[in-house]
Design a protein. Structure first.
Lengths: 156, 270
């Protein structure tokens, strides 16, 4: 109960314990906690950043999608137009070809007809001469009546 | 302990194991106080030190979490009181709380167990609670007192501190110098004395109540009155121990906070 030299010993013990805490306990604990706090703060900041990046990427994706859709519809319209054009061209070419063939055929037909007419005229003239010979019972001088025959041929 | 009478029982539990180290009444040391406080201080701070040594910023284990919680509690308490650097006041507060708490904790060991063990080991007396020894509490509170003086000089300079001693709180009139000085000395000395006496008084009184309840237990016997005495001794000791858990923590906390407050006040100018 009395105050005695224990007081001095205890004061030294106290001083030693304080020194020990100041030197070996406080700094490492303080450092570890500060560092963890910093890491947590960094992590939270990174998460925030990631969230913002995600929003940005979503927005970009959306706009890219929209652009692609627009492009695709443009390409579709263009190709449809081109298809129509090709069909029209083919139709026109076919019509021209058909016209050409028809014209050729008509030409051939008319030339055949003229040829047949000419032949027919020759034969009619000869037939007429032969008929006249029979009627007259005598030789018809073809040369003498050549002019008349030519007139006849022209009338046919 | 049945062979003792009441005053012997009480006196025995209040006796320190002393060793004379020189001439005169002052030069004795209480071996039990010193050994117990050293062991408790080293165990308490040792556990914290082991954790602090391996502490990393990785995910902490359970023990490290607990120690860090304690650290944050002390750090926060000091921060609330003192705005400056906590590189010294922080560990000071940590040391005070840990040491005082560990010493107070010994109060919860049943006193007769301590007596039985120490007798078994051949010691004539052994007080297990160093904070029921005025030497311990005054050693701590006067260490705080010298820290107050030191920080007063450091914060205000020798001139500033002396000026304050003579001119505060009444004024700088030369007639008031002596009253000022007298009041300041009383104020300065009141701090360590009240700090040391508070802890000592609380622990000593708590210990004394355990002794009285233990004394009640010594008259327990196989009679109706004896059984009531024995039952009451056990029940009241248990109840007081539960209540004492609060006191132990509270006194450690009060000692820590007041020490920090006093040292923080030393930094303030009047």
């Amino acid at each position: 109960m009395n105050i005695n030299a224990t007081l001095l010993v205890q004061a030294l013990s106290f001083a030693f314990l304080i020194w020990f805490s100041v030197k070996f306990i406080w700094p490492p604990l303080n450092r570890a906690i500060d560092e963890r706090n910093k890491r947590i703060a960094d992590g939270l900041a990174a998460a925030e950043k990631g969230k913002a990046a995600l929003v940005e990427a979503e927005r970009k994706g959306e706009s890219a999608m929209k652009e692609a859709r627009e492009k695709a519809s443009g390409v579709l319209g263009e190709s449809e137009k081109r298809g129509h054009q090709i069909v029209e061209e083919a139709k026109a070419a076919a019509k021209a070809e058909a016209d050409r063939i028809i014209a050729g055929a008509r030409e051939q037909i008319s030339s055949e007809l003229a040829k047949a007419k000419t032949e027919l005229r020759e034969q009619v003239a000869a037939l007429a001469v032969a008929g006249a010979e029979k009627i007259l019972q005598r030789e018809v001088d073809a040369k003498a009546h050549a002019e008349m025959l030519a007139k006849l041929k022209a009338q046919l | 302990m049945a062979a003792q009478n009441a005053s012997e029982y009480i006196a025995h539990h209040l006796t320190n194991l002393t060793v004379k180290v020189g001439e005169g009444g002052f030069w004795t040391v209480n071996m039990d106080t010193i050994v117990m406080s050293w062991v408790l201080g080293l165990v308490g701070l040792g556990v914290i030190w082991m954790v602090a040594r391996g502490a990393t910023a990785e995910v902490p284990g359970r023990l490290q979490s607990f120690i860090e919680m304690f650290f944050e509690f002390v750090d926060g308490t000091v921060r609330d009181v003192f705005p400056g650097s906590r590189a010294f006041l922080g560990p000071l507060a940590l040391t005070i709380f840990t040491w005082v708490f560990m010493m107070n904790l010994m109060d919860l060991i049943p006193i007769d167990w301590v007596a039985t063990i120490s007798h078994g080991l051949g010691a004539p007396a052994w007080k297990a609670v160093p904070s029921t020894d005025l030497n311990t509490t005054f050693a701590m509170s006067f260490s705080v007192f010298f820290l107050i003086i030191f920080f007063s000089f450091k914060a205000k300079g020798a001139g500033g501190f002396l000026h304050e001693l003579f001119t505060a709180p009444f004024g700088s009139n030369p007639l008031l110098w002596l009253p000022n000085l007298g009041l300041n000395i009383i104020e300065l000395l009141a701090k360590p004395i009240s700090l040391g006496m508070r802890l000592f008084g609380n622990m000593y009184a708590g210990e004394l109540i355990f002794m009285l309840l233990g004394l009640l237990g010594t008259i327990a016997s196989l009679s109706v009155g004896g059984l009531i005495a024995g039952g009451a001794s056990i029940a009241f000791t248990w109840a007081w121990a539960v209540f004492h858990i609060l006191i132990i923590l509270l006194q450690a906390f009060i000692f820590m906070v007041l020490s920090v407050v006093y040292i923080a006040m030393a930094h303030e100018h009047h």
